[in-house]
Each structure stands twice: as structure tokens, then as C-alpha cells.
Design a protein around this ligand. Structure first.
Ligand code: ADP
Ligand code: MG
Length: 143
């Protein structure tokens, strides 16, 4: 049950590629929690992931607006960044309608800084952790 996958990348392109390969396995209704430090490669990974879902637009970090939705060819893709989220996470989850979000068919949700709402995430959430292990090296662990 506790299946993990660990990959080290040497540059941003490789991290995008890992995101793309990971994205190719998704079928919709997944929640992906992206954890790890600033500059760890979460947004970079999401760029590849979005590409795999058929999103043509450029992915920009939704840090100031919390959420961005893209219509991909395969799925709707919702990208959240909770970096600036403060206060009671329960309120946010309710106010922003997160719970509906991750029950939608054909929708993939990726959440940066998801540890802020960890206890509220669905049980089936896929966790992807990013660690800086060198100037351009990143370790990506999928659980
Ligand atoms: P986060 O969203 O986790 O804060 P970003 O993806 O926005 O991180 O930023 C990662 C930064 O690190 C980018 O500037 C990217 O070019 C750089 N970088 C260097 N090496 C890597 C790597 N192996 N994987 C991902 N990003 C890398
Ligand atoms: Mg980011």
C-alpha cells in the first residue's frame, strides 16, 4: 500500500519531464499535493503535468490568487498555491469550495503548499515531495 517512487533530477527540464510522465497516468478526479521548500520545483513539475493533461497555456504560479483553472484537452486542470494562505484552513476549504473541486469528474487538482490543509485533503491524495539536494538537483518523492 505504501508505494513510493523516488527520482532525482539535474535541472528544471528534467523535473518538467517527470511531471509530464506522472501526468500521463492520471485519469481525472485526482488530487495531487505538492510539498517542499520554495524553489523545490513544484511549479516546474506542474508545468509538465499540465502539458500531459493537454493544457496549452503557460502555467504561471497562482501565488497571489490561490487558484487558476485551465481547460486541457484531456482534463480540466486546477492549480492551487496556498503559500499565502493564513488563518483557519477549514474556513478556506469551505469558502473556496475545495471539497466540490476534488469530486469533479475529469478534473485534476494540484496543490502547492498543500501541507497547510493536509488534514482536510481526501484520503486518496497523491503526495509529491520536493527537496533541494544541490544547486540544480532536486529529489522528487511520490507517495
Ligand atoms: P516551487 O514552486 O517549489 O517554489 P519552482 O518550480 O517555482 O519551485 O522553482 C524552481 C526553481 O529552481 C526554478 O527557478 C528552476 O529553474 C530551478 N531549478 C534548478 N534545478 C531544478 C530542478 N532540478 N528541478 C526543478 N527546478 C530546478
Ligand atoms: Mg511554486
Amino acid at each position: 500500500m505504501a508505494y513510493t517512487l523516488e527520482i532525482d533530477t539535474q535541472n528544471a527540464r528534467e523535473t518538467q519531464k517527470v511531471g509530464r510522465e506522472f501526468g500521463a497516468f492520471l485519469r481525472g478526479r485526482e488530487v495531487i499535493a505538492l510539498l517542499g521548500d520554495l524553489g523545490g520545483g513544484k511549479t516546474t513539475f506542474v508545468q509538465g503535468l499540465a502539458r500531459a493533461l493537454g493544457v496549452k497555456e503557460k502555467i504561471i504560479s497562482p501565488t497571489f490568487i490561490l487558484a487558476r483553472e485551465y481547460q486541457g484537452e484531456k482534463f480540466t486542470f486546477v492549480h492551487l498555491d496556498l503559500y499565502r494562505l493564513e488563518g483557519n484552513p477549514e474556513n478556506w476549504v469551505n469558502q473556496l469550495g475545495f471539497r466540490d473541486l476534488w469530486q469533479k469528474e475529469k478534473t485534476v487538482v494540484a496543490i502547492e503548499w498543500a501541507d497547510k490543509i493536509k488534514s482536510l485533503l481526501p484520503e486518496e491524495t497523491i503526495y509529491v515531495e520536493f527537496t533541494n539536494i544541490g544547486e540544480n538537483k532536486r529529489r522528487i518523492i511520490v507517495r
